[in-house]
Design a protein around this ligand. Structure first.
Ligand code: KG4
Ligand code: ZN
Length: 350
């Protein structure tokens, strides 16, 4: 890699319903981060329709890449490598991103780096903090996944726990759906909760009583909310939606924060990072920062555009992979799911 000129990586991310591309210099300086959200397409279905997501990626991909390049103030020929999420997400969506990345890398004769989406989320904090301390714990909370990862170094991980059923984001989305609040529900519940009382309804804190167990489970909590709604309506009472939203949110946050702080104590790490779409949640950010502070831990969380799916995290991870000599060939495959163990994320007990 050239020491004088910044090393520019174009990162492309199409795991789900966001078409995203970014230019990152030297693995940590975000020059542009363009995200074309498809909420308008999927809102009326109260969930993501895979076929529609892929078609929209195909329609807008060239515009998103062109915008990432022009708003970074660079030209296509300045790009030194292309990184792309090729594992984890909706298959048809990923195929569009991988095809675009291959075409660009091939035509520019530059390296192609395929990455795993979840490993990408870990880099949404490393990107802004290139001198972040290792090891640190990364709580990755998104729609389909909730993972607690010990990040030992670049490319070296231990998976401490994961969800046994729904991801935390999925629980937010389903609860919002029960309450008729729209999709995606996380941000709506976050906003409504500000007006509600988090102690109004005592929802369960699943798996919190299990010592030295860092797995999560949110499906029981989701059912408890459903039952509460049913009970209130059938008894003729009015549903206090902000109270319900705030109480549900507090239950999720308590579980995530407690498990993470306990794992930090057990592993002896000095820093925690928060990643994934649910990392945008204000209560989670506040409570984790406060609990971390009380335990002498540094807590990092990404800026909002780096919480949800984005190309910058892909470009940052690709840079560190390339530094270790890891590239992909042009027969790079696209996969809807891929074992985390392939990325060195092996589950261990602590
Ligand atoms: O990382 P992401 O964009 O996609 C996946 O990889 O799944 O995360 C999307 C998830 C959705 O479930 C959405 O409801 C949730 O992140 N989310 C939030 C907030 N913003 C987005 N959940 C709670 N509070 C928020 N402010
Ligand atoms: Zn994601």
């Amino acid at each position: 890699m050239n020491n004088k000129k910044p090393f520019l990586i174009l990162g492309i991310e199409t795991a789900c319903d966001d078409t995203a591309a970014a230019i990152v210099a030297d693995g940590h300086q975000t020059l542009s981060n363009i995200i074309w959200t498809q909420n308008d397409v999927h809102k009326r279905f109260e969930g993501i329709v895979p076929e529609l997501a892929a078609r929209r990626h195909m329609e807008v991909m060239n515009y998103v890449v062109a915008e990432a390049i022009s708003s970074a103030g660079v030209s296509l020929n300045d790009i030194n490598a292309v990184g792309v999420n090729c594992k984890h997400g909706l298959l048809r969506s990923i195929i569009i991103g991988v095809s675009a990345a291959k075409a660009l890398a091939f035509s520019l004769s530059i390296p192609l780096i395929g990455i795993h989406h979840i490993e990408g989320h870990i880099y949404s904090n490393i990107i802004g903090n290139p001198n972040i301390e290792f090891p640190h714990l990364c709580l990755t909370v998104a729609g389909g996944h909730t993972l607690l990862i010990n990040v030992i170094n670049h490319g070296q991980y231990q998976l401490l726990g994961s969800t046994l059923d729904d991801g935390a984001g999925e629980a937010f989305d389903k609860v919002a759906k029960y309450l008729g609040l729209g999709f995606p529900g996380g941000r709506i519940i976050d906003e409504l909760s500000v007006k509600g009382n988090p102690d109004a309804i005592k929802f369960p804190r699943p798996m919190l009583d299990k010592k030295n167990n860092y797995d999560f489970s949110f499906s029981g909590l989701k059912t408890a909310v459903k039952n509460e709604i049913h009970k209130t309506i059938s008894s003729g009472k009015e549903l206090n939606i902000p109270d319900l939203a705030a109480s549900f949110q507090q239950a999720v946050v308590d579980v995530l924060v407690n498990k993470t702080i306990n794992a930090a104590r057990e592993t002896g790490v000095k820093a925690i990072t928060l990643a994934g779409g649910v990392a945008a949640n204000r209560k989670l950010r506040n409570d984790l920062t406060e609990a971390g502070y009380n335990d002498g831990l540094k807590v990092y969380y990404p800026s909002l555009p780096l919480c949800t799916d984005n190309g910058a995290m892909v470009a940052s991870l690709s840079y560190y992979k390339l530094k270790r000599g890891i590239t992909s060939s042009f027969d790079l495959d696209a996969r809807a799911s891929s074992p985390l163990s392939d990325e060195g994320l092996v589950k261990i007990a602590i």
